[in-house]
Design a protein around this ligand. Structure first.
Ligand code: ADP
Ligand code: MG
Length: 469
């Protein structure tokens, strides 16, 4: 029990975050224009163990801030408080100023007979925009979608249902959709594992453990998001396990999401993992181009429908973002939002080069990913020499050209500095690097065959690299 109290004490450490500090850092970092248009609208709500809660007036602003500034805002916050590793948003439409947000929280506490119940409810809100109807189905998520639907038609058919997949792949969307669908007729509880822990600790502290148990054990449907965050906390796992068993015994439905399969969960009790594995375990795989393309079209359609905005994005650009942004659907949607904001601000659809600029930080264009190592390997292969020979100090002609070529390609295909390139070639001096680059540039003009070979090598390196992604 000791640990739990320690954790609770961490909630507000000695130093509280001063939002004013963060605001002035943001002004410095992003400039007044950006600050006034977007960041000023952020209202600081509260600070927890390792995350802070802020609120903004609309979803649009949230998405905009998330996709463009959030990482940097987090780094600013971490200067003041390094424990914070996450920023959570709530959407509050009419918050007038900073002081108001505190009042809202305090009033809630005073008004409600049972704070604990209310605080669960606060997190039990469903997002109307994440439903089954607007969940786009492709081969990677079809099974997960069907199992989720099945659960809503036939409670405890699959129990528990365990969905897992990478970040931004639609897990929360599906859990939310299940909840939305069932909440009219059932008692539904939707909570992230992290918040479950938070309430657990809080209930112990305020002697409300009985209520806590009752509350969870009285639900018909328990949706727990991101269970991987439950790792470690022994006492909580114990409680969770009991709740879990009690619910399954009375045939309540449990749906769990995670970023990995049950057997890969770390620091979670074996018996919990094995109960998860005992239900239906389904993964959401990475998206393919077709699904991304369908999602983009569906989002554009939604936007046109609800906001009647100009969303005439060209096929070229749609295809560009679908082929470039593959890591998560969240980023894909974020990219689309940026393009749409651009169209609103400039009253025109961006061109491809403009799109590349707007999305620069999201794109992993092949030229950004080529490493010196890849270049060295490809060049060695091409000239049929070994890497040791390339890196040696021998000056035979058959080694000098390939070495210069590799150095030249490192300069033009990576963003490494001259000294960095020198170091990757057995600590050669940066003047050697300059010399090699100049030599090859000159030779390319004079020697057609060499020029042709280098072009070939270059596309081979870029192409291979792209295929490895
Ligand atoms: P995860 O919980 O897996 O990290 P989310 O469910 O939060 O991912 O999804 C990230 C974003 O992508 C959300 O805005 C969600 O609505 C959207 N999204 C994910 N998958 C789909 C899909 N198949 N169709 C439509 N939107 C999706
Ligand atoms: Mg999620």
């Amino acid at each position: 029990m000791k640990n739990i109290f320690k954790e609770q004490n961490l909630k507000h450490q000695d130093k509280k975050l001063e939002w004013k500090d963060i605001q002035s850092e943001m002004k410095k970092k992003f400039g007044l224009d950006i600050y006034d248009s977007w960041l000023k609208k952020i209202v600081f709500v509260d600070e927890f163990n390792n995350y802070i809660l802020i609120s903004v007036p609309t979803r649009f602003i949230r998405d905009w801030i998330t996709s463009r500034y959030l990482d940097q805002i987090l780094s600013i916050i971490q200067i003041y408080k390094k424990e914070i590793n996450r920023i959570e948003f709530s959407i509050k439409e009419k918050i007038v100023d900073q002081n108001d947000s505190k009042n809202i929280l305090n009033n809630d506490v005073e008004k409600n007979i049972s704070f604990i119940k209310d605080s669960f409810l606060q997190y039990n809100r469903f997002d109307q925009n994440k439903n089954f109807e607007n969940f786009v189905i492709g081969s990677s998520n079809k099974l997960a979608f069907e199992a989720s639907k099945k659960v809503t038609q036939d409670l405890s058919y699959y129990n528990p249902l365990y969905l897992y997949g990478g970040v931004g792949m639609g897990k929360t969307h599906l859990l939310n959709a299940i909840g939305l669908n069932l909440k009219e007729k059932n008692r539904v509880m939707f909570i992230s594992a992290e918040r479950f822990m938070y309430h657990f600790v809080k209930s112990i502290k305020s002697n409300e453990m009985v209520k806590f148990k009752d509350y969870f054990r009285n639900t018909d449907v328990l949706l727990i998001d991101d269970i991987q965050f439950m790792n470690g906390k022994e006492a909580m796992q114990e409680e969770f396990f009991h709740t879990f068993n009690a619910l399954i015994d009375k045939r309540s439905q449990i749906i769990v999401s995670a970023d990995r399969p049950p057997n890969k969960l770390t620091r979670i009790q074996e018996r919990i993992k094995s109960r998860f594995s005992g239900g239906l375990v389904i993964d959401i795989q990475n998206t393919d181009f077709d699904l991304r393309y369908k999602i983009i079209n569906s989002k554009i359609h939604e936007l046109k429908l609800f906001n009647s905005i100009q969303a005439n994005i060209s096929e070229e650009i749609k295809k560009f973002i679908c082929s470039e942004i593959r890591t998560s659907i969240r980023e894909l949607v974020g990219a689309l939002n940026r393009i749409i904001s651009f169209s609103r601000i400039y009253n025109k659809v961006p061109s491809l080069p403009e799109t590349k600029t707007i999305l620069k930080d999201l794109l992993n264009l092949p030229e950004n990913k080529v490493t010196i190592d890849v270049i060295q390997k490809s060049v060695c292969e091409f000239f049929k020499i070994s890497k040791n020979e390339m890196l040696s100090s021998r000056r035979s002609r058959y080694l000098v050209r390939p070495r210069q070529t590799a150095i030249y390609l490192s300069k033009i295909l990576t963003s490494k500095s001259l000294p960095e390139i020198g170091r990757a070639f057995s600590n050669r001096d940066h003047t050697t690097v300059i010399h090699s680059v100049k030599t090859i540039e000159k030779l390319r003009e004079e020697d057609k065959e060499l020029n042709f070979n280098i072009d070939n090598l270059k596309s081979k390196i870029l192409y291979n690299n792209q295929n490895e992604i």
